[in-house]
Ligand binder design. Structure first.
Ligand code: ADP
Length: 161
């Protein structure tokens, strides 16, 4: 059984993240979406809220589980018997940092590989930061985040529905 971990801050989950989850869930037998505690310094959503938002939209995938971790990523992956870390690559600007992280994780734990999925071109500009900024100005979020969580984001950001 091929088990993979998809880590991130997911503050909040976007259509770009969901696109990676959908594709990774097809490739791997089980996918753990893991909200990493240290990766966001001043998150808008608490850990619990971020997990709940993800759970609202991944219910449709039978092989996806949502968790959080404050461990080293490779240690978390080992604890789940995962052999793969999944990352989405948006642009060349993502590459340098992600490549460095992948090599570091490989040094720490050679049994775990990082697999990069190229971001869908529709979402290659999209980040949680963009979503939070748009929400402040009451922008229409339907092109950025799953429909089910739009009101949660507007409520939190003080934006109007
Ligand atoms: P963000 O940069 O939006 O704060 P995260 O830290 O939550 O994102 O990112 C988790 C993972 O998802 C990373 O591998 C990141 O490259 C990937 N990712 C983020 N946004 C997108 C997107 N729009 N398309 C594809 N992958 C993405």
């Amino acid at each position: 059984m091929k088990i993979a971990v998809y880590p991130g801050s997911f503050d909040p989950i976007t259509l770009g993240h969901l696109n990676i989850i959908r594709r990774a869930a097809k490739i791997f037998d089980r996918l753990y979406v893991c909200v990493m505690v240290n990766s966001a310094k001043n998150p808008m959503f608490t850990l619990e809220e971020r997990m709940n938002l993800i759970r609202k939209v991944v219910g449709r995938f039978g092989n996806v589980e949502v968790e959080w971790s404050d461990k080293l990523l490779v240690e978390y992956a080992l604890s789940k018997n995962a052999s793969v870390i999944v990352k989405g690559l948006r642009a060349v600007s993502d590459f340098e940092m992600e490549y460095q992280l992948a090599l570091t994780n490989k040094k720490l734990e050679p049994s775990i590989d990082t697999v990069f999925l190229a971001a869908d071109e529709k979402y290659s500009y999209l980040s949680s930061t963009v979503v939070k900024e748009m929400a402040k100005y009451n922008a229409n979020l339907s092109k950025f985040v799953p429909r089910e969580i739009i009101n949660d984001i507007l409520d939190k950001s003080g934006g109007k529905r």
